[in-house]
Every structure is written in C-alpha cells, then in structure tokens.
Design a binder for this molecule. Structure first.
Ligand code: WQD
Length: 343
C-alpha cells in the first residue's frame, strides 16, 4: 500500500516524503507546482528512489486525487497542499479560502469514496493567533488573526466534523516555525515568490543576495526587545508526520498536536547565531513592528511526546547550519535567479 503526500514538492512536503520513504512506505507525491519546482521532485527521488511516483495536479480535483489513489493503492494521506503566505492571504482572502479549503474537500471526497480513513493534516500555530499565555498547549484558545490562519482553523473544524461522524482518523499537526533543511543540502525551502519568513531572508543577506535584514520590532517585552518564536528543524517536523501516521491506530478520531521544541528564541538571538554559523556579521537594523505579529509564542510539546512518542532533537545551531548548507548549494533555490530582493 502507499501514502499520498499532497503538496509533496513543497518545503515540508518534500522533507516528509523522504522520512516516509525511510519508514518503509511507498510514497506518491501530488503537487500542482504553483509554489514548488519539479526539480524538488527530482531531488526527493535522489534521496529516496528514482521511481518515486509524482502526480502533477490540484488536490482540489477530486477525480485527479481519486485516480492517483486508485493507480497507486493509496491507503493513507498526508495533506500539505495549501497556500501559506500570511501577507498574501490578507490581500487575497477568497483565493486562500478556495484553495486551502477546496483542497481539503477534494482530498476528503476522494478518500471517502474509497473508504481510506487515515489522514495527517498540515495545520499551524497560527490558529492560536496572538496567544496571551505561553507555552501554548492544544487546549489554548484558538482564534486566527488572518485569512491564512482561518483557513487552517476551518480546515481543522471540517476534519473534526468528519472524524466525529466516524469516517476519518486524523492528526491535526500545528507547526510552530519550521526552518532548516535536509543535512544533504539537496532539498530545502524554495519559495517561488520572495520569502517573507525570517531565516530565508536572513540567509539571503548572509549570502549577499540582499543588502540587510529588517528586524521587525525592538520594543517587545522580551529579553532583547525582539519577538520570540519556537523554531523547529524541518527534519524533526518530517519525522513527526511519520510518527503521527503510526499513532492513528491508537488514536482514532481527530487529535490536534503542537509540533515545536518548547524553547523560544528571539529574532536577535537567531541573527547572532546565524552570524556565527556563516562566519561573518549579517547586516540588520531594528525597525517598526510588523502588523499582526505576536510578541512571543512557543509550544508546550508534551502532548506530542505522549501521543506520538516524538520530541524535537535538533537545536537552533543545527537548524541554521543545515539551512545555510542548502542556501550555499542552491543560492537561487531550485530554479533561476529571483527578482530584486532588497527590502
Ligand atoms: C518570525 C519572526 C517576525 C522577517 C509564519 C506564519 C506561521 C508559520 C511560520 C505556516 C517574527 C520576524 C521576519 C523579517 C523579521 N507558517 N521577522 N524580519 O510570522 O512567526 O510565522 O511562518 O504555517 O503560520 O505566520 O514567521 O518567519 O515570518 O517571522 O524580524 O524580514 O521574525 O517579525 O517575529 P511567523 P516569520
């Protein structure tokens, strides 16, 4: 039997595909390549097996997903396919709801028609919005603060309703801040647009592709005034998806699980450690806060340890070293040069 990975050519999808292959599963990637490159599929094949199956298309297309499931004997699904830019979601909310919820509905319909009931869903800490208390547990209040976050929260609610009706066993994995890359440097984060996340931008400055980093906010109530996040190695995150599939038999229904290290790091801490990793200072300047940013958020990862038997193993230095190795090997990602990168 096989596992279908929708959005499998993406950053977390490609790393998860490698971990799933290493768990002994036959992996089928499905991706519309709207925010990923077919070169990522080739790179995943290089890390797994040359005959790893790839289906190009939209996860919202019920017939396409169904055909892929029939052709490859799929009996479990990991669903990543979604648009994920907070900034873009504010500009284009309807496109985000259509794509992100449409793909959940497409996958669910194809699964239901074949009585495939094992699913892992890519959710996000953004469902917690700007939490009052940290660390954040799975019973912390939810309430997203942007359309991207609402698509994740509504996706969870939709999946929970189907699970409650008895048709689905699903793990709702709430990621904190994934960074890093596979230690080979063969796969990594490669947003087709200009990135908005801290570490890709920081390392573009380090590699000279961008002049300087804007540090959004220096007046937060934190040790150094910059905002705090729970950064998580993408390979740890990928391994958590394997553990989540394995845990479904013992945890039927719908289960939300935070995936983080349980440790917070400030933006300026990340900048300082990255400078050590790359071997030179990285130009940055503290500017005003970015609207919508939380002051501090990190996970209480104890439920992941209890339910999945998983804890993050890699530290922030390893995350940055692995991310930097990917950047040095692929200064322009999988494909050609980017547009002008300066802020
Ligand atoms: C991290 C910190 C910024 C860029 C987002 C999504 C979340 C998840 C992870 C998908 C913040 C600061 C950033 C820059 C900066 N994605 N920063 N200068 O916003 O915590 O989370 O990505 O699930 O859903 O919301 O990540 O990397 O954008 O920001 O100072 O040029 O770095 O202000 O404090 P974020 P981020």
């Amino acid at each position: 039997m096989a596992v279908l990975v929708t959005g499998g050519a993406g950053y977390i999808g490609s790393h998860t595909a490698v971990a799933l292959h290493e768990s002994g599963r036959r992996v089928v990637l499905l991706d519309d390549l709207s925010n990923a490159s077919s070169a990522a599929v080739d790179a995943v094949r290089g890390l797994t097996t040359p005959d790893l199956a790839f289906v190009e298309g939209d996860a919202a297309d019920i017939d396409l997903v169904g055909r892929a499931m029939d052709e490859h004997g799929v009996d479990e699904v990991v669903h990543f396919a979604a648009s994920k830019s907070v900034e873009e979601s504010v500009r284009e909310p309807l496109a985000y709801f259509r794509n992100n919820l449409g793909s959940v509905l497409g996958v669910l319909a194809a699964m239901e028609a074949r009585e495939v009931r094992r699913l892992v869903f890519s959710s996000s800490c953004t469902v917690y919005g700007e939490p009052d208390d940290v660390p954040v547990t799975e019973s912390s209040p939810t309430g997203a603060v942007n359309p991207y976050g609402w698509t994740k929260l509504h996706g969870e609610q939709l999946l929970r309703a189907v699970a409650d009706a008895g048709g689905l066993d699903v793990m709702l994995l709430r990621y904190f801040n994934p960074i890093g890359a596979h230690p080979s440097g063969a796969i990594g984060e490669d947003p087709t647009g200009i990135p908005t996340n801290l570490v890709p931008i920081l390392l573009q400055v380090a590699s000279g592709r961008r002049e300087w980093l804007q540090v959004f906010g220096g007046d937060y109530d934190t040790t150094d005034g910059s905002a705090v996040r729970d950064y998580l190695h993408v390979v740890d995150l990928a391994e958590a998806h394997v553990a989540a599939l394995d845990a479904l038999s013992a945890h039927p229904g719908a289960t939300a699980v935070n995936l983080g290290t349980g440790r917070g790091h400030s933006v300026l801490e990340v900048v300082a450690l990255a400078a050590e990793v790359v071997g030179h200072p990285i130009a940055h300047e503290v500017v005003g806060r970015r609207p919508g940013d939380a002051e501090r958020i990190w996970a209480d990862p104890s439920l992941a340890a209890e339910v999945l038997g998983w804890t993050a193993e890699r530290d922030l230095r390893t995350m940055l070293e692995d991310h930097w190795r990917w950047c040095e090997a692929h200064p322009d990602g999988f494909v050609g040069a980017r547009a002008d990168l300066d802020p």
